[in-house]
Design a protein around this ligand. Structure first.
Ligand code: FRU
Length: 502
């Protein structure tokens, strides 16, 4: 292991989130539920804990909580790095990689060609297949299968389209520096035909990466299906650096038509807050969804880091966790189609925990220590605030009197924020210490929060997951207090319950 600037004790290793044992990871890749387990592949440097030697690492989980790390699935070689992509179960063996009775898993990934390759200078899409349920992989001999002669063509997400226009594989990928999503179709995963392109639109403050396209029912109505196009971009997020935006619209088998485009062409920086964001925090990037999740659920995982400081976060021997898995749903709210997100699993039930602290109703006037029994470094805190006269109120987690992470609501500003300036180690990069915020409106006069605290992160789901904020933090292991606070007046908290793992 080289190039580590990290502290010696591994006090930041997450308990509820996946991180590789002793290596670097970035984007989730090839998310698929297959053979009774969730497969999480990911951009991995098998040799170090900084970005490089890009290969696909691999882990599996029966429940999205307990993960087992496996050997590297698809390794880089002297000719190519293995950049991001997806995996499909080719049930009917359309690719011919399997047999009539056993369809293969097919990985569609970006070859980032190295100087020793004849393709050096371009990024193109390649295939690998697995006949043992995703544990060992063979590269296709005729790679790449899809090239545009472009140096910035990457991150293919493939799904099977079955609709009015027919039945075929669809790939969404990006021309990253053109701020475009390009769509292709194929019968056999090997021969691809251009369908259409989308963009530039809305946020274009950085390259477009890791797209995803999937259908969702509006408010659960199977007769009312709309399509969601996810476009991650870096930098250009609402609070700086890496982030994910989305568009809601229709897909007719050829073209994605957005209903939620605010800006055609290059972004209007003044309108960033009107664009739709998967997450407003600094550390939720390269979010993509699972193929073949049970019960048709749309489940998503993101890389919990930000390219601004990704290689410098103070962890060792590993670097970068994944987010918790989220279930995504689509809702019509005040005439706008918006995503809501909640945890894909009931953490307490899966891990056999119950609340260790509950509060029916309490008035907060100043900083109040919740309870000795509430202290911890891995917690799920659910609560509802009703505003009073206070101009700001909220929750302080991973606190010790001097340091702490503040999650606050300012009703008059219509915003929720995370202040991590005093969250612990924050000076390892100039852009890390920050206050990051999102628009937030009361529902029936109150604000409901669900907050997951793990050793090095907070993930906040506000108002039933209509607004989420995900942030890394690096507190002292001894900073474990939880406090409620209100400034310049009062607020009421009700229905607080806290579950703790550590
Ligand atoms: C996004 C990204 C992808 C690329 C991969 C390389 O974080 O830049 O566009 O495929 O990471 O590791």
């Amino acid at each position: 292991m080289t190039a580590s600037t990290a502290t010696t004790a591994d006090t930041f290793r997450p308990a509820l989130h996946y991180a590789a044992r002793n290596t670097w990871l970035n984007d989730p890749n090839g998310l698929i539920h297959h053979g009774g387990v969730y497969h999480l592949y990911y951009q991995n440097n098998p040799m170090d804990n900084v970005w490089g030697n890009m290969s696909w690492g691999h882990a599996t989980s029966p429940d999205l909580l307990n993960w087992t790390e496996h050997p590297v699935a698809i390794a880089c070689d002297e000719k190519e790095d293995i950049f991001s992509g997806s995996i499909v179960f080719d049930r009917n063996n359309s690719s011919g990689f399997g047999t009539a009775t056993q369809g293969p898993l097919v990985a569609v990934y970006t070859s980032a060609f190295k100087p020793s390759s004849v393709h050096h200078g371009i990024q193109a899409q390649s295939l690998a297949y697995s006949l043992d349920g995703g544990y060992t992989w063979t590269k296709h001999t005729n790679n790449p299968v899809l090239s545009r002669g472009s140096a910035e063509f990457r991150d293919p997400k493939v799904f099977h389209y079955d609709g009015a226009a027919g039945s075929y594989w669809v790939m969404v990928a990006v021309e990253a520096t053109d701020f475009q999503v390009v769509l292709y179709k194929s019968e056999n995963l090997k021969d691809w035909e251009l369908l259409s392109s989308f963009g530039p639109a809305n946020a274009t403050g950085g390259v477009w990466e890791c797209p995803d396209l999937f259908p969702l029912p509006v408010d659960g109505d199977p007769e009312n299906i709309k399509w969601v196009l996810v476009v991650n971009l870096n930098p250009g997020g609402p609070n700086g650096g890496s982030a994910g935006q989305y568009f809601v619209g229709d897909f007719d088998g050829t073209t994605f038509t957005s209903f939620t485009t605010v800006t055609e062409g290059t972004q209007d920086p003044a309108r960033l807050a009107e664009y739709q964001w998967l997450d407003w925090g600094r550390d939720y990037y390269a979010a993509v969804s699972f193929s073949d999740a049970p019960d048709n659920r749309r489940l998503m995982i993101a890389w919990m880091n930000n390219w601004q400081y990704a290689n410098e976060i103070p962890t060792a021997p590993w670097r970068s966790p994944m987010s918790l898995a989220r279930e995504i749903s689509l809702h019509a709210i005040d005439g706008t189609l918006r995503l809501a997100q909640h945890l894909a699993l009931d953490l307490a039930a899966v891990s056999g925990r119950g609340p260790v602290f509950e509060l029916e109703e309490a008035s907060i006037t100043s900083e109040t220590l919740v309870h000795d029994g509430a202290a911890g470094s891995v917690q799920h805190i659910e609560l509802t605030f009703t505003p009073g006269t206070a101009e700001e109120f909220g929750l302080l987690v991973r606190s010790d009197g001097t340091q702490g992470t503040r999650i606050g609501i300012r009703p008059a500003d219509g915003r929720i924020f995370v202040d991590r300036r005093d969250s612990g180690l924050a000076d390892f990069h100039e852009s890390f210490a920050s206050i990051d915020s999102a628009p937030l409106q009361p529902i029936d006069g109150s604000y409901q929060l669900s907050v997951y605290v793990d050793h090095c992160s907070v993930e906040i789901f506000a108002q039933g997951g209509l607004v989420t904020l995900t942030e890394l933090i690096f507190p002292l292991a001894t900073s474990t207090d939880v406090a409620l606070y209100a400034t310049e007046g009062t607020a009421t908290v009700c229905g607080l319950n806290l579950t703790r793992w550590a």
